[in-house]
Design a protein around this ligand. Structure first.
Ligand code: DX5
Ligand code: ZN
Length: 223
């Protein structure tokens, strides 16, 4: 199953509640929430209070992507805010496993992300410990960037490894995804597709989501 995860970063920040409802009724599965601290990445976005404020207004899966240094300090806050999935970056802390296990111990799905500059080999040892691997398809920090094609091979490597070891693992791609390039990601084995500007930026989000789903169904991983 393909899950479409529009990123709140591209929403109308003055009307978050109605914008989230708009993409939910357009058929989104997840709400991708990009938390940026101005240190791990150069940009600052929003934190746990915004997520907590949205929680009562949406049944979407809250997919929280932490682009912050030392995320262990804030796991409790994001759990309390209503996260269903928490993703941390491999590059953001010295002991990712400790943070991932903490997330799991709170009965929240745990995920690990790697930035484009991080080799795929570095995420392999963690795959048996996580619910989802996030392969960044842009340098984290800003929405609206173009997908870096070289990152797609990492998706294929992770997928092949997961299949060979019988691991049940979601693979998420994030950055620059749209109907024109979703086939690259799904063919390589991705099944959770973040799309910020493509979905929130559209006046017809249902059309965008439907066409992403259709194209993905025609371009599934074949090994
Ligand atoms: C980038 C974020 C992405 C981004 C996606 O740092 O993690 O989630 O907002 O937005 P688009 O789809 O516009 O590239
Ligand atoms: Zn993200």
């Amino acid at each position: 199953m393909i899950y479409i995860a529009p990123s709140l970063l591209a929403a109308d920040f003055a009307n978050l509640e109605s914008d989230v409802k708009r993409i939910a009724s357009a058929g989104a599965n997840y709400l991708h929430l990009d938390v940026m601290d101005g240190a791990f990445v150069p940009n600052i976005s929003f934190g746990a209070p915004v997520i907590a404020a949205l929680r009562p207004h949406s049944k979407l899966i809250f997919d929280v992507h932490l682009m912050i240094n030392d995320p262990i300090r804030y796991i409790d806050d994001f759990v309390k805010a209503g996260a269903d999935i928490i993703t941390i970056h491999l590059e953001s802390c010295s002991d990712p496993l400790k943070v991932l296990r903490l997330i799991r111990s709170k009965e929240v799905r745990c995920a690990l992300a790697i930035s484009p500059a991080t080799p795929v080999e570095s995420i392999i040892p963690y795959l048996s410990e996580i619910d989802m691997a996030l392969i960044m398809t842009v340098v984290p920090g800003f929405g609206g960037q173009a997908l870096i094609p070289e990152t797609i091979e990492k998706v294929r490597t992770v997928k092949r490894y997961a299949v060979s070891k019988g691991l049940k693992l979601d693979i998420e791609v994030d950055g620059g995804l749209k109907p024109e390039n979703i086939h690259l990601a799904t063919e390589a084995g991705a099944n959770v597709i973040v799309a910020g500007s493509a979905v929130f930026g559209s006046k017809k989000p249902r059309k965008v989501i439907d066409s992403m789903r259709e194209i993905a169904a025609e371009h599934i991983y074949q090994g």
